[in-house]
Each structure stands twice: as C-alpha cells, then as structure tokens.
Design a protein around this ligand. Structure first.
Ligand SMILES: [Zn+2]
Length: 129
C-alpha cells in the first residue's frame, strides 16, 4: 500500500475496503472481488495473527538503495521477513516482519517507510500475549 494507491493517507493509516454485502479485503479494487458490489474504505486495527512467514535476502548499496548490477559485489546483504497476517477483521494481508517470526504470533501491523526503497510498507511486530 502506498500513498498513490489511494488507500494509505498522508498519516500512513492502514486501510481496507468493504462492499455493501460485508465482504472485506486489503488490496485496493474498484469492485468487490466476491460479489462485484460497490466498495467503501475503512480503517483496519492492525491487530492480527501470523498465518505464514518466509525470509528473503536482498543486496543494499552504501547509499541505502537497492543494489543493481556491478554494485552487488560491494553491497551488504540484508534479510527481511515477509508474513501473511490474518487481521482480526478477517482480512489477510502481506507485511514485513522480523525474519523467523513464528506462525501463530499475535502481531500489530503499521505502515513504515522502508529505508532502502523509501517506500511506505506494512510492517508487523509481535505483541506480548
Ligand atoms: Zn461483496
């Protein structure tokens, strides 16, 4: 979710969509994917449970951007975790996480700025209990 997609405001709130029939989802759509009804936007709590998790490794250049081509040899390698989170509202979404975050962990998702790409990305953090 980015500012330009119309579902994250300048205050970086986590927003979802729902239709008049009550179906809810995270990724922006013109119509409900289940019944094709009109949609409206609502704020998600961010509270949820990790459904799945994986890690990937990327090269980051000294300028903190993504390393490309010949930059890769001198770039640092960084691991990032990617989780599928089932939000308490019933919406499943993808978010960054600490690599190795256990499946079933209770988390809170917020919108943060990625330090390599400078894009706004969802990040989930484990909460106690
Ligand atoms: Zn619907």
């Amino acid at each position: 979710m980015t500012i330009s997609d119309g579902l994250t405001t300048a205050e970086a709130r986590l927003l979802g969509q729902r239709c008049v029939e009550g179906h809810e989802w995270y990724l922006p759509r013109q119509r409900c994917p289940e019944c094709a009804s009109a949609v409206s936007v609502f704020e998600l709590s961010g509270s949820g449970t990790v459904f799945a998790q994986t890690s990937l490794h990327r090269h980051v250049s000294a300028s903190a951007g993504f390393a490309t081509g010949s930059e890769r040899a001198s770039a640092k390698k960084e691991a990032i975790g990617i989780a599928l989170v089932d939000l308490d509202e019933g919406v499943r979404m993808m978010a960054r996480c600490i690599p190795g975050t256990p499946i079933g962990s209770r988390v809170v998702v917020s919108i943060v700025r990625d330090r390599a790409s400078h894009k706004l990305v969802p990040l989930c953090e484990v909460v106690a209990g």
